[in-house]
Design a protein around this ligand. Sequence first.
Ligand SMILES: *Cc1c(COP(=O)(O)O)cnc(C)c1O
Length: 392
Amino acid sequence: MIKLSIEETVINEKLLKLKSSSGSHSPSIFTLAKKIDEIKISIDACFLSNPYATDVFLDYFKKELLDTGKLRDCLEFYPSQNYIIAEYISKIINVSKEYIVVGNGAIEMIQTVLHNFVSENILINIPTFSSYYEFLNSSTRALYFELNKENDFNLNVNEYIEFVKKNKIKNIVLINPNNPDGGYIPYEDLLVIISSLKELDNIIIDESFVHFAYESEELEMKSVANLVSSFDNLVIIKSMSKDFGIAGIRCGYCIMNKERVSKTIRNGFLWNSSGLAEYFFELYSRKEFLNQYEVVRRRYIRETQIFLQGLESIPQIKVYPTKANFALVELTDGTKASTFVAKLLLKNGIYVRNCNDKIGLKGEFVRIASRTYDENRAIIKAIKELFTHREE
Ligand SMILES: *Cc1c(COP(=O)(O)O)cnc(C)c1O
C-alpha cells in the first residue's frame, strides 16, 4: 500500500482543493503548475490525446501558416460559416453536409443537443463523461444504467434494450468507446440497439474515441455516422480533441437529421468556429494529411496495446478491458486513489486522473492515458516502483 509523507500530505490537500474547485473535470497541468509551486509535471497522462497526431498537425501548421505568414489571415479575418466548414467534414466521412453542424469543440454540440432536442428523460450509462448529465435542462430527468466492474463494464445489449423499453425511456446516450472505462460496443451490437429503438426521441452516440477502437487486427475504425440518413433519431457527437491531439483549437461536430441541423445553425451557430479550426478541417480533408494521420493513429494504437500489457503486469492494480487510448485502473491493494495520484505526481511528475468523482464507480479508481512510447515506459516503471519501494 502506498503512503504519503507529511510534506506530501500537505501538498495533496492543496491538490484535492484545486480538484474540487474544478467541478467534475480535472484541473489542467497549467492550472496545477500555476497554483501549486511544488508540482512539476513531466508527463500528462490525465489528458487523453494522441501526441503523434499533434506532431503531424504542428508540422503543417508551421510549414503552411507560420513560415508563410498566413497565420495572420487565420487570426485577422472571420472563419467561414458553419455549413462551409461542414463541407470539408462531409468529404471525409462520406455524410452529406446537410446532416453536419460544426461545433466549437464537441462539448458545444453536446450542450445544444441536450438543451434543444432532449426532454422528459435520458438514460446514461455510468460511469460516464459528466457533461451528459450536467448540461441537461432542469426538467429532464437523468436515469442511470449501471455498468458493473464485475462485468468489466461491458454493456449487455439485450438487457439494455429491455430496460429502455420497460422504463419508457425517451432518450439515450452511448459513448463508444466509453469514457472513463474504455468499454466498446461492437458495430453489430450498436446496429441492433439503433434498429430496436426507433421510437426514441434521441439516440446520442458519442464517437469521440472511435479512432482508437478496432474490431480486427487490421485496426480499421467503424463509425455509425452514415446511418443518420436512415434513422431520424440518431445523433452522432464527435470531438477531434483526443484523436488529433488539438483540444486547444476546439474542433468537434454533430451529425443529425437535416431539420435539427438547420434549426441549430439558425439558433446561433453560424460563426462559432475559429480560423484555426477551419484550417484544421480543411487539412483533415486532404489525402496527404489523412495518410500521415493514419500512420500515427495505427502506431499509437499498437503502442497503447503494449502499454496496457505493461500495466496488466502490475499485481497491485486491475486494468479493465479498453478499446480507447486510456485504461480505467482499480487499486486493489488498499491504496487510496488520491494517494496514488498525489504520489505519482509529486515523486515522478506524472499526472493521472483520480476517478473518485465519477458516479457509479465503487472502489479506488484512476484513469491513465497512453502517451508516447517512452512516456508510457516511464509511467509503468514509476508505478512499479511506487508499489515496491515502500516509504514509511
Ligand atoms: C473530451 C470529450 C468531449 C469533449 O470534446 P471537445 O471537442 O474537446 O469539446 C466529448 N465527449 C467525450 C466522451 C469526451 O471525452
